[in-house]
Write a protein that binds this ligand. Structure first.
Ligand code: EPS
Length: 404
């Protein structure tokens, strides 16, 4: 079973991640991780912080001569901004005149975090609840992504809407309701969206969104949006129906919902299939050569908590950033009086980054279920197990059901 933990405060010295459970002999290099970290930092509408940071992961352990050892991998991402925060975030004694924050922002973890942990300074809650932590997740997710690529599994994403502005063409509909494209690679979605400043799939849409972000910025307001994450090249049978906690869709939902500011997720046609007849909700089963397939992929690649082999299609919604330059109402915990919520440097929009983080979380869940299914201490052993299973599926069905 793979697992990872992250540590680090937003304005502390660094973020770290410890990743465990991947087989040995998997090729991985810092540049591969750094490429993903750079993707997470991009997107029109980010705040001043992204001009300070240029995230890079340093490999501290678990990798030798660009190959995994099967031992815990530890990664370090330095916070460049730490230079400006050494006193305010010092692990040593607090300076007498150091600033104390007492006004919580609605929509952030400020109030509940501060009361729950019995802090006397909201800064203590702000730091770890900040989405800065997701840099470490993307670094960890890169190891999972690289692992999956060994088996031809790719992951990609795009932004569907920001501030309620949707594209003229419903790309999502194409992904599951039309004829299945056997050659579809989820990575191709990112190859297109990465070229866009807001990670959308067409230029006209980008223009409209950037205008809307400009309006939000001018008003001191923020925006949220929706995004799509997909994975392709999967074997059928990852996950299980045996218990609630073995279902792969449940794990995916948990992983995506755990990303800061994500408020909703759907798989395949999700909410809209609840309004349709069963006959237009499910995917008719067909054979394609020596394998099973479906005429459509409305299920978004998962039936009964297991992968069907068709692409996994996930859609999620991110709420608008909670830090507002034109703030809404809050309470000052010192005076208990009504005040404007605290302003502080932040992003206006982070949906493009959120989609990249979601790719990383999806990669993690898929790698986890892949290794539960196929195991292996070395990548060679995992590959043998994988080949053995996938090559025999169709033959076994034929044998079990009596056809020669
Ligand atoms: C964040 C606030 C901003 C964001 C930050 C998340 O940081 P700061 O307070 O330093 O301006 O830029 O995100 C990142 C630093 C990052 O790397 O994504 C928040 O409050 O969640």
């Amino acid at each position: 079973m793979i697992r990872f933990l992250t540590a680090g405060e937003s304005h502390g010295k660094a973020l770290t991640a410890i990743i465990e459970g991947f087989p040995s002999n998997m090729k991985i290099e810092e540049d591969y991780i750094n490429f993903q970290l750079k993707r997470r930092q991009s997107g029109y509408g980010r705040g001043g912080r992204m001009k300070i940071e240029s995230d890079r992961a340093e490999i501290l352990s678990g990798i030798r001569f660009r190959k995994t050892l099967g031992t815990p991998i530890s990664l370090l991402i330095k916070n460049n901004d730490w230079e400006n925060w050494t006193e305010k975030m010092s692990p040593e004694n607090k300076k007498k005149d150091s600033e104390k924050i007492s006004i919580p922002r609605p929509g952030h973890a400020d109030l509940v975090g501060t009361t729950k942990y019995n802090f006397d300074d909201i800064r203590n809650s702000i730091e770890r609840s900040s989405a800065r932590e997701t840099a470490a997740r993307v670094a960890a997710g890169s190891i999972a992504r690289k692992f999956l690529e060994e088996f031809g599994i790719t992951i990609g994403s795009y932004v569907e809407s920001i501030g309620g502005i949707y594209p003229k063409i419903n790309f999502l509909q194409n992904l599951f309701s039309n004829k299945i494209d056997e050659n579809f690679s989820a990575r191709s979605l990112s190859e297109i969206s990465d070229k866009s400043e807001v990670r959308v799939l067409d230029e006209e849409h980008q223009k409209k969104i950037i205008n809307k972000i400009k309006i939000a910025k001018k008003k001191g307001d923020t925006l949220g949006g929706t995004f799509v994450v997909a994975a392709s090249g999967l074997p059928a049978g990852m996950g299980s129906f045996i218990q609630y906690d073995t279902k792969i869709d449940a794990d995916i939902a948990e992983a995506i919902m755990s990303i800061n500011a994500v408020k909703a997720i759907e798989i395949g046609t999700g909410f809209s299939c609840a309004d349709s007849f069963g006959s237009s909700s499910h995917d008719e089963i067909i054979t394609r050569g020596e394998s099973f397939s479906r005429k459509t992929n409305r299920a978004g690649g998962i039936e009964g908590g297991m992968t069907t082999g068709l692409p996994i299609i996930v859609r999620a919604a991110m709420k608008p950033i909670a830090t507002l330059m034109s703030p809404i109402e809050s309470i000052d915990l010192e005076s208990m009086k009504k005040v404007d919520a605290r302003r502080e440097r932040s992003d206006f929009v982070a949906v493009p980054a959120c989609a990249v983080i979601a790719e990383s979380m999806l990669a993690w869940v898929l790698a986890k279920h892949f290794l539960i299914k196929f195991g292996g201490d070395s990548i060679e052993e995992t590959m043998d197990n994988y080949n053995n299973y996938t090559k025999k599926i169709f033959k076994r069905v034929k044998k079990n059901f009596g056809r020669k």
